[in-house]
Ligand binder design. Structure first.
Ligand SMILES: C[S@@+](CC[C@H](N)C(=O)[O-])C[C@H]1O[C@@H](n2cnc3c(N)ncnc32)[C@H](O)[C@@H]1O
Length: 213
């Protein structure tokens, strides 16, 4: 988050109380430095699902299933199903346990493997896609997932402002240069892709929202 700490805390306080399960997942993610969306982003994902009412949702990057649960809790209210992909088997196993504890296993299909290999095998379209995996691979996901998004479908991508480092002139350690370049190129390509109408929000680490024409 690169708006002020005070504003972030204030927005955080406005969020409704989260379930004990979500708070436990936040605690574990913090303790083990597993990067998950902020509660404000989770809440916004749920808002998007409730307003867009997708039947089929795809998530690239499950981790321990925190954002998946935000998506699925809302999806259940609108009769949607969630497919989520992660290549980290340990995290996926923990996600499956959390899905069970939330009583949402029936609404979720969890796929293990590299999204770049799995996406071409899915053989279905989605009304809502959330990308939150390896930033250096975003352009590859975009190419593979674009044909799977139904007309009128929504693509949501996390971390597109990458701690504000995508802004020209921003200072960051040299080791991040390649990744910052990849995210900048991704945002440039997505913004210019005439299949989509795209807008970028400075929520969390930056969210791109693209509506497929
Ligand atoms: C930022 S975490 C996802 C966090 C999750 N969306 C949340 O907010 O709760 C990114 C995840 O993407 C997974 N990942 C990275 N590259 C991947 C790939 N090529 N295919 C599938 N999963 C990938 C990692 O294993 C990691 O668990």
């Amino acid at each position: 988050m690169f708006y002020s700490f005070e504003l972030e805390s204030y927005l955080h306080e406005l969020l409704p109380e989260r379930s004990g399960l979500l708070r436990e997942m936040e605690r574990q993610a913090l303790q083990e430095t597993i990067p998950i969306v902020t509660p404000a982003v989770g809440n916004f994902l749920a808002f998007l699902v409730l307003t867009h009412k997708p039947r089929a949702i795809l998530e690239i990057g499950t981790a321990i299933g925190y954002s998946t649960l935000w998506l699925t809790q809302a999806a259940r209210e609108v009769g949607g199903q969630v497919t989520t992909i992660d290549m980290n088997l340990g995290r996926r196993t923990r996600a499956l346990e959390f899905f069970g504890q939330a009583g949402l296993s029936d609404c979720i299909t969890s796929l293990a493997g590299d999204a770049r290999k799995l996406l071409p095998t899915l053989g279905q379209t989605f009304d809502f896609v959330f990308i939150d995996a390896a930033k250096g691979e975003y352009l590859e996901y975009l190419e593979l997932v674009s044909p799977l998004i139904a007309p009128g479908g929504l693509l949501v991508v996390d971390n597109v402002l990458f701690r504000g480092w995508v802004v020209p002139g921003a200072m960051f350690e040299q080791k991040y240069e390649r990744m910052v370049g990849a995210v900048r190129e991704f945002l440039r390509r997505l913004s210019q892709d005439s299949q989509f109408v795209t807008t970028v929000l400075p929520l969390g680490d930056g969210l791109a929202l693209s509506l497929k024409r």
